[in-house]
Structures are given as structure tokens and as C-alpha cells.
Write a protein that binds this ligand. Structure first.
Ligand SMILES: *[C@@H]1O[C@H](CO)[C@@H](O)[C@H](O)[C@H]1NC(C)=O
Ligand SMILES: *[C@@H]1O[C@H](CO)[C@@H](O)[C@H](O)[C@H]1NC(C)=O
Length: 356
């Protein structure tokens, strides 16, 4: 039984590309070509803006992070299994630069403050590797040990604090944290998990973790500043990895694709969990969710037509809109301020495309 199909293999399978991927030449030296468009999708791009080609050759989903207005950092694993990095500084795209490494999972990146980025990934040795940008330079790769499956989730509840989560070979959640001065050991937080975890922090001393349980249900565990609570089942009939977003203290919105391929949503309003609602759609990838301001959420996922589909909440839900495709992996999205969301997609040429 393969409980944790590698995300890429999984997507390639569900998107019907199992026969053969186009064999692409190495492109270690990929440069960012601007401006360019995904011709087939530009006409359908319902968002203001357009797809621009950012190049590269990626076989894993991307991670994208912003430490402040007008700043974006994009990370992906290249064909050479190294971590590749591109960044938007407000005027220009920099990159791609290779940050080295020999990686086996998609990266998980986070920023706990301006000029600071931490990136985590599972190496080909199954242990967790960490690399940090301290404001002036990238520090070397550091092994954090552990034996983890598939992909990681990372959260930060404050300056100089990092919490890393992944599922181990025993199907429990494993946790390691940076206290500000040192790394803890690995601790098991139990569970019997069948998806990768999704972690979020709505504020100081608070972390919420979600993952699918053994019954296709959503499981929840949270750190309240004193202790770990849960696991509690939030029900559902779900597949793929869940996504969670918080637009502020005491608010959580969780999304997951159901076994019926529609998008399901459940939220915590500060006092209770409101029941599941179906947001419809016909999806074939995990969702990604972003909140750029209180009261607003944007959700993206790959549809059965291999296009990226988008739906947003701002008091009521918008209709689904296609942002175009085809893409071969789940999208990534981030916001650097109210009214601004950047979406990243990997096309059938395995290059990175950007829409905003
Ligand atoms: C990288 O690009 C430079 C300039 O175009 C070229 O001379 C070099 O051969 C390239 N390196 C690789 C590994 O493709
Ligand atoms: C989902 O589809 C059903 C049936 O078409 C419709 O009644 C419902 O309003 C839709 N829900 C949302 C949130 O769009």
C-alpha cells in the first residue's frame, strides 16, 4: 500500500500523463525570460494581469513566501534535485540561483520577519534539511535529522520561532522546533495520518495542524501556548492534502478536496467550528488558500481539465473562474499585501509561470 504517493507521481497519474513526460534537457542555467505568456491560457486569464514565463525546469510543486510589501521568494526543486530560488524585489526578478542540496520533496519556506527566510525539505536520505537567508547571505545546509515521508509543513508564531512538521514512517506527526537559540529534538505528536500536514499560526504561541486521518476525515491538533490539544476529528470525506489559512486571531479556514472531487470548506469563528460546506468544482489536486486581508480568502486548485481554477470569499463566494492551463502540478500562491496575490504554476513544459 502506498499511503503517501510522491506528490508528483500522484499528480502525473491523476492528470493522465502517466505514459511519459516530455524529456527535457537539463536547464541548470535557466534564466528568467520576461515578458512572455502561456499563449493557450492568456485569453482565458480572468484575473487582471497575465501569465509571465519565469523559466526553470521543475518536477516538484513550488513554495512561495513574502517577507513584506513588494517582495516574493519562490523555491522549487530542479531536475538536478537541487533547490532553485528566484525573487521579486519590487522592480525585477532575480535568479534563478541554485542553492544546492539533494532533495526528495517539495520545499517548505517561511519568513518570520523582513530579510529572513527559512527553507526546509526532505533530502534523498529521508531526513530534513534546512537552509536560511539571514538578510545578507544564505547559510549552509543543515541536517535536522528525522525520517519523514513526502513533504513538510512549517509555521512560525513569532520572531525567531520555527515549527516544522512532517509525517513519519509510523504515520504519526513529527515535530521539531527552533526556540530562538537552538533546535529541539524530534517529538511525535501521534495520530494515524494519511496525508501531509498543513500548519498555520494565527498569532503568538498558537499553532493549528490539520491532516487527513485513517477514515478520509480531517484531523485537528493545536498548540494553545501551554499544551497540545487533540487530535479531534472534524469529519469529512476527503482526499489529497488539506490547506489552512488564518486571516487573524481566532479564525481558521480549512479546505480539502472531497472524494467527490468538489472543494469542501469548514471554518472556526473563534467559538465553534461551522459545518462543512461544499464549494463545488471538479478538482484533481490539493487546494492552496491565501488570505491577503481580514475577511478575504482566495483558493486555487487544478481542475479535471488541468487548468487552474480560482474561487474567492469576501462576505460571499465568487463563482469559479478558470485561470487557464494546462499545468502539471498544484499551484502556489502568496500575498505581499492587501489586494495583491501572486499565483505560480508549472506548465506542461515544466517551466514556471506567474500571474498576479
Ligand atoms: C549558462 O549560460 C551561459 C551563457 O549563456 C552559457 O555560456 C553556459 O554554457 C550555460 N551553462 C549551462 C550549464 O547551460
Ligand atoms: C454548489 O452547487 C449547488 C448545486 O448546483 C448549489 O445549489 C450551491 O449553491 C453551490 N454552492 C456553492 C457554495 O457555490
Amino acid at each position: 500500500m502506498v499511503r503517501f504517493p510522491h506528490l508528483l507521481g500522484h499528480l502525473v497519474q491523476v492528470l493522465g500523463l502517466a505514459v511519459a513526460l516530455p524529456s527535457l534537457g537539463r536547464n541548470d542555467n535557466a534564466t528568467i525570460a520576461l515578458p512572455s505568456t502561456i499563449e493557450s491560457t492568456n485569453a482565458q486569464a480572468a484575473r487582471p494581469g497575465r501569465w509571465e514565463l519565469l523559466g526553470g525546469v521543475f518536477f516538484s510543486p513550488l513554495s512561495v513566501e513574502s517577507w513584506g510589501p513588494n517582495r516574493l521568494d519562490v523555491f522549487g526543486v530542479g531536475q538536478d534535485l537541487a533547490l532553485w530560488h528566484a525573487w521579486w524585489d519590487g522592480s525585477f526578478w532575480g535568479g534563478w540561483e541554485s542553492l544546492g542540496g539533494v532533495l526528495h520533496s517539495m520545499p517548505a519556506s517561511i519568513s518570520w520577519g523582513p530579510n529572513r527566510i527559512d527553507v526546509f525539505a526532505i533530502g534523498t536520505d529521508s531526513s530534513v534539511w534546512h537552509k536560511a537567508f539571514d538578510g545578507s547571505r544564505w547559510l549552509g545546509w543543515q541536517s535536522l535529522g528525522g525520517i519523514l515521508l513526502d513533504s513538510l509543513s512549517v509555521a512560525s508564531w513569532g520572531s525567531n520561532r520555527l515549527d516544522v512538521f512532517g509525517v513519519g514512517t509510523d504515520s504519526t506527526l513529527w515535530h521539531k522546533w527552533w526556540t530562538g537559540s537552538r533546535w529541539s529534538g524530534w517529538e511525535s505528536l501521534g495520530g494515524l495520518l494519511t496525508s501531509n500536514p498543513a500548519a498555520v499560526s494565527w498569532g503568538l504561541n498558537r499553532i493549528d495542524i490539520f491532516a487527513l486521518g485513517s477514515d478520509h476525515d480531517l484531523m485537528h491538533r493545536w498548540w494553545d501556548g501551554t499544551r497540545w490539544n487533540g487530535w479531534v476529528s472534524l469529519g469529512g470525506e476527503l482526499q489529497y492534502d488539506p490547506a489552512v489559512v488564518s486571516w487573524g486571531p481566532n479564525r481558521l479556514d480549512v479546505f480539502a478536496v472531497g472524494t467527490d472531487h468538489s472543494l469542501w470548506h469548514r471554518y472556526y469563528d473563534g467559538t465553534r467550528w461551522v459545518g462543512w460546506e461544499s464549494l463545488n468544482g471538479t478538482l484533481e489536486s490539493l487546494p492552496v488558500a491565501v488570505s491577503d486581508q481580514r475577511g478575504r480568502i482566495d483558493v486555487y486548485a487544478v481542475g479535471v481539465d488541468s487548468a487552474i481554477w480560482h474561487r474567492s470569499y469576501s462576505g460571499t463566494w465568487s463563482n469559479w473562474e478558470s485561470l487557464g492551463g494546462p499545468v502539471v502540478l498544484p499551484p502556489a500562491a502568496a500575498s505581499w499585501g492587501p489586494g495583491r496575490i501572486d499565483v505560480f504554476a508549472i506548465g506542461t513544459d515544466h517551466s514556471l509561470y506567474h500571474n498576479w
